[in-house]
Design a protein around this ligand. Structure first.
Ligand code: PGA
Length: 252
């Protein structure tokens, strides 16, 4: 049985004051309602707020995560943040290959694979994002696009690391648009991704959590999370509102 994971992706949002309010509300909401034994919770925050959020999350059943990481270990890479820096703030998760990074920062499958390996070598859990654009879906290319995105990563990692990754299926057309994949549409892609993982190692594939992301909200979380291969959510907009984020955790 895979433990569900609900991870917030704050993107480039937040401030010292807003983060304090949001995390304080989430922490107090979690206390009464959700057993940390049933679901993992994480927030992936902008790098300048690692220290603040590490302090706010001290003692809470909420893990800290990053939204990106450098594929390099250290050195002359202006603007980059290393896995070692993430580790110093107790980050457990790091999102790699989010579609916004693929689209706006020209990240390739190969670079994303390198970042995944770098994260695994540092003991971090990479949340590897895959997903098709609307044009690709309409052209019937969903399976081939998503399979290729995952394949490049799978080719780069060791079999012994397979169970340590998290995959997030995020159809690009559903991100921040209010359009969600139906549970059946999402399940179909998740099942295909699981099959692909099985080719590398069946036992590990059964342990890999495959999250859905793309306008997951309190009113659709339950039916999405009820699907057999949907093991949690990567939550953008709804992760910025404590009541919505808590409701999704509750659904999980
Ligand atoms: P959204 O974003 O929930 O706002 O659609 C999800 C994501 O981009 O991870």
């Amino acid at each position: 049985m895979r433990r569900k994971l609900v991870a917030g992706n704050w993107k480039m949002n937040g401030s010292l004051a807003a983060n304090t309010l949001l995390l304080t509300e989430i922490k107090s909401g979690l206390k009464g309602n959700v057993s940390s034994a049933t679901c993992d919770v994480a927030v992936c925050v902008p790098a300048p707020y690692f220290a603040q959020c590490q302090g706010l999350l001290n003692g809470a059943a909420i893990a800290l995560g990053a939204q990106d990481v450098s594929s390099h270990e250290a050195g002359a890479y202006t603007g980059e943040v290393s896995t070692g820096m993430l580790q110093e703030f107790d980050c457990r998760y790091v999102i790699v290959g989010h579609s916004e990074r693929r689209a706006y920062f020209a990240e390739s499958n190969e670079l994303i694979a390198q970042k995944t390996v770098r994260a695994l070598n540092a003991g971090l859990t990479p949340i590897v994002c895959v997903g098709e654009t609307l044009a690709q879906r309409e052209a019937g290319e969903t399976d081939s696009v998503v399979a290729e995105q995952l394949n490049v990563v799978l080719a780069a990692i060791a079999v012994s690391d397979l169970a340590k990754i998290v995959v997030a299926y995020e159809p690009v057309w559903a991100i921040g648009t209010g359009k969600t994949a139906t549970p059946a549409m999402a399940q179909e892609v998740h099942a295909m991704l699981r099959k692909q993982l099985q080719v590398k190692n069946a036992e590990a594939a059964a342990q890999v959590r495959i999250l859905y992301g793309g306008s997951m909200k309190p009113d659709n979380a339950q039916e999405l999370l009820a699907m057999s291969d949907i093991d949690g959510g990567l939550i953008g907009g709804a992760a910025l509102k404590s009541a919505d984020f808590l409701a999704i955790i509750q659904a999980a």
